[in-house]
Design a protein around this ligand. Sequence first.
Ligand code: FRU
Length: 496
Amino acid sequence: MVSICSLGIAQQQTTNPYTGPFRPQIHFSPKAHWMNDPNGMVYFNHTYHLFFQYYPGGTVWGPMHWGHAISKDLVHWQELPIALYPDSLGYIFSGSAVVDSNNTSGFWKNGKIPLVAIFTHHDPNGERAGTNNFQNESIAYSLDEGRTWTKYIGNPVLKNPGIRDFRDPKVMWYAKGKKWIMTLATKDHITFYSSPDLKAWTKESEFGKEMGVHSGVWECPDLFSLKLNGKQYWVLIVNLNPGGPNGGSATAYFVGHFDGKQFVPADHGIKWLDYGPDEYAGITWSNTGARKIFLGWMSNWNYATQVPTATWRSAMTIPRELKLFINNGNILLASTPVKELGELKQRTFTTGNIEINKRHSFNAPGSTSAGQYVIDLQTNSLNDFALELANGGNEKLIIGFNKKANQYFIDRTNAGIHDFNKDFARIFTAPRLSENRSVKLTLVVDRASVELFADGGATVMTCIFFPEKPLNKVAIVPDSTIHIKSLSIAELKSIW
Ligand code: FRU
């Protein structure tokens, strides 16, 4: 006779959590329950760690933990047990992780290099009581590759001076000054702190009170350097909510200089890392050397808790590589999908050197049937056109270029379920930031998301949608005539 217990185990082993409606096939999503911001992203011993804001008690936001996933290649992910649990100091809000190779913290044991996590302790009691110092910064360390963590006995290491929004520490080693720099979101601007040991923090400066968007709070910042033509620049990422270019939460950035004390922007304009509605809280991995890899949460606080998934909520974007480039005299950030994504490419349909003057469907052989694929398109002209991703039913997502407005757009008004939120079904636009006389697009399409990288990643848009069936039929709809230099549609293997 089979016992109920052994049946339970058998059932657990055969149920694949990564199937079912809207489940991403090439993006990380938690097996079950609620997820928001990426946290503690660090590369250590040939492994990329991705921690994340996680509520294991349901599919809406709740007392925050740090979930944990790892990857060897930024493409395939394995979810591990929860890394950090709430405690008497509060919930575990967003933060970062560093490799303390020089043992500045003194957390080394038996020659084992510690990973140190720096995060916000959010005290819900203090918040309820109406105090304004309920968010404080704390640390924890791990000597076993992030599997288990010890919270520092002297927490919190940075006490709140009386600012209600005082959170999301991103820490990096500033080699020139031999000190750690913490970039902290403080209400609607940034405060920089420094420390020799990750435990004692000194305020260095503030930035941003008179710059950027101030309609809401600044959250999840990041500071790192990148080179352009041999010259070093500093990029300050700021996530803000609301105030995004297409409504709600979004990721902005400044490019400038940092001297270990102060950040000075090269210009005062606001720049957007992703113009779409559905990339937020994005930051970069630490300890990756000169290569800067970015990843964001693929949702928007306007409707994140309402999207129609049943047992889990939300996914992360594809990891993206960041580079600086110049457009019209401004130094901007371009993002492109990490090259490792190419590992997933299967059957690929290609064509090129064709002129199209009316709607044309591409019968990519067997490809795209599962609903996850990459489209690469390059034109030889700058005329209006749209790409339609459809499912043979009534649902379609339209992505296109509008020459007169010099804009890209994504139209999800007809792309599936949208009645969960009145603002979901909309058309989103983004400026074209290229001086080239041709359009170059890469679209990464998954079961319920599209990421548009235009003109080498100069304009990026992330957009989620919820169609009844996968949008696996691709058509081009030109306004007049477009000359296609090359087009490829590559089916992608599921990562699960
Ligand atoms: C951003 C954010 C962070 C905070 C976390 C809480 O999405 O609001 O500022 O630390 O989410 O889950």
